[in-house]
Write a protein that binds this ligand. Structure first.
Ligand SMILES: Nc1ncnc2c1ncn2[C@@H]1O[C@H](COP(=O)(O)OP(=O)(O)OP(=O)(O)O)[C@@H](O)[C@H]1O
Ligand SMILES: [Mg+2]
Length: 459
């Protein structure tokens, strides 16, 4: 045992208390022995106790009351009750109230030690689970969604508002905008956080496999179904089911999913039994589902069922003010994960990162930061160390153009691009017009003319 379990021992008979204390100490436990139950309960308030062992019959506060109060305030601490021989009824009673075990006096040392050992193991498992849970919340909580822009604050507000309910949530946004991160944040901020978060990627599997993955199957329902298997819906019972890339769902599965969402029950593949589940569904897509409904590729009834609360995630280029914050966040996190010292980006390098289009959004930004951290030897990352697609104008230009639709109004598009470039130059030049004109290689008067034309003021 790496760490000794701490046992709180309560018995009003002082001599007996001393004997038990010696026994447990001898067995390697950390023991606090207290003869007055009130004092013992107060002790629980300020100490970490793994197991409570209490006598049943005590003058002021009974073992049963101790049990009730421990269960109310520290439900995860197992309580072991020692009862006098013959009081079977009260033994049944305390078990009903959630005692871990009871032993009747007189008991052998081994009997007590075995029961204490089991209770300590349970307590340890509980503690580990709680730590894991805390780590999960730490890792996937809302505070992991970095950004101060108006756009991301709206997202956070929606997450906080949607989390407590069971409403289905549809998260939309380009690839790498944080859809999965948001789905997990909804789960860990919800009352379901202690139940599983089960994720299914609807694209990764072919329709037949996906069906048995989602609903499970009965033994012998198809070749290879050698045993009954519970599907993701069952695994997620009480928790959250995350359906990623929902647009890829086949027509057939769309119908089946609709039924689960409507009726909250389904059948395993090859089975007749109806299975009820209590799940919250969060779906995500980088496709335009509304357009797919228009074209008939996605069922409208399913779309309305999924689209109860929609959380649209903005592309990174629409919230550029968050980029320096994200860069600092990833630099620190990745340096920590890789065991290297944190590096900083020069102001100019940051300017380039802020100006880039980021077709791969936050995931791409994260990769770029990681690459720089690993490859650059100095403490400061400069423009030269940035990947070519960000540094190099030609490829920057190309990737920007790649984002545009092939069918477009050329004159209109060129104007939009011009306005966007001017805005960016102004920001880079800290709103100093002469500097912005210099960056763009035009005269100050031409710049002013264009500012007026595009109605650009300040930012
Ligand atoms: N606002 C944010 N703050 C910090 N990290 C973020 C943020 N948004 C996304 N990330 C990180 O970016 C990466 C990509 O996010 P995620 O996998 O959630 O994107 P996605 O929208 O599901 O992408 P895809 O459509 O490609 O599956 C993850 O490592 C995630 O932790
Ligand atoms: Mg994803």
């Amino acid at each position: 045992m790496s760490e000794r379990s701490h046992i709180l021992l309560i018995d009003d008979e002082k001599n007996y208390l001393l004997v038990l204390e010696a026994l447990l100490l001898d067995a390697g436990y950390n023991v606090t022995a207290i003869s007055d139950p009130e004092t013992a309960l107060a002790f629980l308030d300020e100490s970490e106790v793994d197991v409570v062992v209490t006598d049943m019959k005590m003058p002021k506060v009974t073992g049963r009351e101790v049990l009730e109060r421990v269960k109310k305030n520290w439900p995860y601490i197992p309580v072991l009750i020692m009862t006098a021989f013959g009081s079977i009824e009260s033994a049944v009673d305390v078990m009903k109230y959630g005692a871990f075990d009871y032993i009747t006096k007189p008991f052998s040392n081994d009997e007590l030690l075995l029961s204490v050992h089991n209770a300590a193991e349970l307590s340890r498992a509980h503690r580990q689970y709680r730590l894991l849970q805390e780590a999960m919340e730490d890792r996937y909580g809302v505070h992991q969604i970095i950004g101060r822009s108006r756009a991301i604050r709206t997202v956070l507000e929606m997450v906080e508002r949607a989390a407590p309910s069971r409403s289905t949530v549809l998260i939309t946004g380009e690839s790498g905008t944080g859809k999965e991160l948001v789905a997990r944040a909804i789960h860990v901020s919800s009352p379901r956080k202690d139940a599983p978060f089960i994720s299914v990627n609807c694209m990764a599997l072919n329709p037949g496999v996906l069906e048995s993955e989602l609903f499970g199957h009965e033994k012998g329902s198809f070749t290879g179904a050698v045993a009954m298997r519970r599907g993701r819906f069952e695994q997620a019972d009480g928790g959250t089911l995350f359906l990623d890339e929902i647009a890829e769902l086949s027509q057939d599965l769309q119908v089946k999913l609709l039924r689960v969402l409507q009726e909250r029950c389904f059948e395993r593949v090859g089975g007749g039994e109806e299975i009820e589940v209590d799940i919250r569904v969060v779906a995500a897509t980088n496709k335009d589902l509304a357009a797919m409904v228009e074209s008939g590729a996605f069922r409208d009834d399913l779309y309305y069922r999924l689209n109860v609360v929609q959380v649209p995630l903005p592309p990174l280029r629409e919230r550029r003010e968050d980029i320096p914050l994200l860069v600092a966040h990833f630099a620190e996190k990745l340096a920590h994960d890789n065991g290297v010292v944190v590096k900083t980006f020069s102001t100019e390098a940051l300017n380039y990162l802020t100006g880039y289009e980021w077709p791969g959004n936050i995931r791409q930004l994260q990769n770029v930061v990681e690459r720089c951290l690993v490859l650059v030897s100095g403490g400061v990352i400069d423009v030269e160390s940035l990947p070519p697609e960000i540094r190099d104008e030609e490829s920057q230009f190309k990737s920007a153009v790649d984002l545009l639709p092939v069918e477009l109004d050329l004159a209109d598009t060129l104007e939009k691009i011009e306005a966007a470039l001017i805005r960016r130059a102004l920001v880079r030049a800290d709103l100093v017009q002469v500097k912005a004109a210099e960056l763009l290689g035009i005269s100050k008067s031409l710049l002013q003319y264009k500012l007026k034309k595009y109605a650009i003021t300040g930012h």
